[in-house]
Each structure stands twice: as C-alpha cells, then as structure tokens.
Design a protein around this ligand. Structure first.
Ligand code: XMP
Length: 211
C-alpha cells in the first residue's frame, strides 16, 4: 500500500493541529518542516504526537558531520521519528544523520532529486544517481524523489532497490498521484490537502490511491 504523508506547511498552531486531527484517519505520517517549526517552535511536535502518527522532520539537513549530528540529535530528542537530509554534502555528513537516526530507533531519508523545475540544473547529469548510490552506501532508510518526474523515480528505483521512496510534488506542483503511487512507497502532499476547502475529504480521496 502506498503511504500518504501530509506535509503540514501551515503557520498557525491551532490550524495545524486541527488539519492534522481531521486528516489523521486517512494519512500514514505527518511531515513537518521549517515553516511550521519556525512559526510555532519545536513544541508542535508534542502537540502532534497525540495523534499517534509518525512525524518526519523535513529539515533537509545539509551541514558538516558535527553540525548534522547536533541537528539530528535535537530532531529525535524533540520526538520526531524520521529526518530528511541532503546527500550532496557527501557520505560522511549524510552518514552522520543516518547513524543518529538509527541510534534513536528512527529513520533517515536522503534527498536524491528535488521536485521543482530548477532542480534539473544541478541534480541531472548523473548527480541524483550518485546521491542515490550514496544513500545505499550510508545505509539510509530511503530517498526522496520527485513526483513531478516519474521517469526519474523509475531510474532511481533501479539504484536503490527495495529501499523506501517518498515522493513530494503531487498536486500543487503538478505531479499526478495515479502515475506516481505505483512507483513509490509514499506520496508527500501539502497544499492539495491543507489548502483544500475540506482537507479531510481530500486526504480521504488521495488515500484511496493504491498501487
Ligand atoms: P506541496 O504543497 O507542494 O508540498 O504538496 C510539498 C512539500 O514537500 C517539500 N518538498 C520537497 N522535499 N525534496 C524534499 O525533500 C523535494 O524535492 C521536495 N519537493 C517538495 C516541500 O518543502 C513541501 O513541504
């Protein structure tokens, strides 16, 4: 079954909790990034934890190993279950995120290729493939790959095998959930759900998409 991950990029704590609660029956995890954490503080993790869903920290961690370690320790101490980190920083820095995640019983996902149009500037030409290889080498739990380019997901799947692929870019960025869901382990959806008139109804509709 393809998971549905809600990307909760709203800025108000009450609104975030209300949307998360209404969508909870239809989603498999909640992804929280800088917009919500910078607006509300890390305490939002405790508020969302009551829903009993895995919480993924999308901080796209991309620093030297020591700083990555400090960031990831803070992420998991706050109560997150997984972290998203960049791979272009190299194996030592990426491996640190994986090791910290695993030491907390959590998971780490490496961004192999991003979903926005400009991402092709640097990620194409072999870079995304090398990052996917790196994700395997550092024993990451999986990669992030673009729902906006299903053919790239197919290519990256050849490299990472059965590791998890989570895929953002569905809906607002143009990605077609029907085309992507059968290729990945989970689709990450933000605006299509949280900006919908009825977020729970949209989450339910997307949750019906199964490979
Ligand atoms: P929307 O509103 O476009 O939100 O459905 C998508 C969410 O996913 C994040 N995002 C990405 N994260 N690699 C990532 O690690 C990507 O290529 C990527 N594309 C989008 C985005 O920040 C938002 O939270």
């Amino acid at each position: 079954m393809t998971e549905l991950i809600l990307s909760l990029d709203v800025l108000d704590k009450t609104e975030a909790c209300a949307i998360a609660k209404s969508c909870a029956p239809y989603i498999d995890a909640i992804k929280v990034g800088y917009p919500l954490v910078l607006a509300t503080g890390l305490s939002i993790v405790r508020d969302l934890a009551d829903l009993g869903l895995p919480l993924i920290a999308d901080f796209k961690v991309a620093d030297i190993p020591n700083t990555n370690r400090l960031i990831c320790e803070a992420v998991f101490s706050a109560g997150f279950d997984a972290v998203i980190a960049h791979g272009f920083v190299g194996p030592d820095a990426a491996r640190t995120c994986v090791e910290v995640a695993h030491s907390h019983g959590g998971a780490a996902y490496i961004v192999a290729e991003m979903s926005h149009p400009g991402a092709t500037e640097f990620f194409h030409g072999g870079v995304a493939e090398r990052i996917a290889e790196l994700a395997v080498a550092v024993r990451a739990d999986g990669i992030i790959a673009p729902a906006t380019r299903p053919e790239r997901i197919v290519r990256l799947r050849e490299i990472i095998g059965k590791k998890t692929i989570y895929s953002p870019g569905v809906g607002a960025q143009g990605g077609d959930p029907d085309a992507v869901a059968r290729l990945v382990d989970g689709i990450i959806v933000g605006r299509s759900i949280y900006a919908a008139e009825d977020p729970a109804a949209e989450a339910e509709r997307l949750s019906r998409i199964r490979r």
